[in-house]
Design a protein around this ligand. Sequence first.
Ligand SMILES: Cc1ncc(COP(=O)(O)O)c(C=O)c1O
Length: 284
Amino acid sequence: MEPLANINGVSLPLSEAKVSALDRGFLFGDAVYEVLRVYGGKPWLEDEHFRRFERSLAAIRITGVDVGRLRQRMHETIRAGDFREATTYIQVTRGAAPRGHAFPAGTVPLEFLYVQEFRDPYAAAREQGAAVVTQPDIRWDRCDVKSTNLLANVLAMQAAKEAGGVEALLYLPDGTLTEGTHTSFFGVLHGTVLTAPNSNAILPGITRGLVLRLAARAGVPVREHVLRRDDLGQVSELFLTGTTSEVLPVTSVDGRPVGDGRPGPVARRLQEAYRQAVREFVGG
Ligand SMILES: Cc1ncc(COP(=O)(O)O)c(C=O)c1O
């Protein structure tokens, strides 16, 4: 099934979608985005994603976007392609204008989305566990905004890939671990599940939020508290969370095994709780 797009209300195959070379998303990364997972034809955690999207738009002061209308276009595109297992990418840029750093007057934002079938690249890693590496976090001071400025994430992820990892865990100069290049992460230290508290240093992951709720419901001790690079030798488990990765156990960091080098019981329990939540969502 060919991916289907919608640009400013016009639907078309993704391969035919075009934007201006003067679009500020292209020239400046002056844009924000969201990625949603579609299970059984239904967008998952839709309210949460659109709330975060509105927050990102407000943070970079893009105004005049009817997010409800974008949401409707997303639903129409999912229906038009009869997508069942899919992802939706949504991006709004400040629009096209003669190049200049300050906001141009009177420019209409570009509203772009596409839906494509999801072929799960994480299926094996979710069962067997994944290797990650650590990389310095050289990003800006507003990592809570889901902006398309992803160069630091791209470079760290490439370093991870070249080292045989599925993700890079990012750390600040003081050793604080923030998040992955495209995932949130959790560690189990002395029996408690820890993940960095929301702040300007991380994206408030939608899956992270769900997993915190699932852990609390399952009676798993959990705290929003930072992990440091020095803690990596002591954690019994590590796992990543994200819209497409779901709950992904990490079994080695920088070539050293985590715990006994196999996916641990907490990650397994949360994977099962996650799958159960999806089953209820699809069935309900
Ligand atoms: C930097 C970063 N952190 C965390 C995540 C995970 O967020 P979510 O669970 O909303 O997909 C993402 C998702 O792309 C991300 O880009």
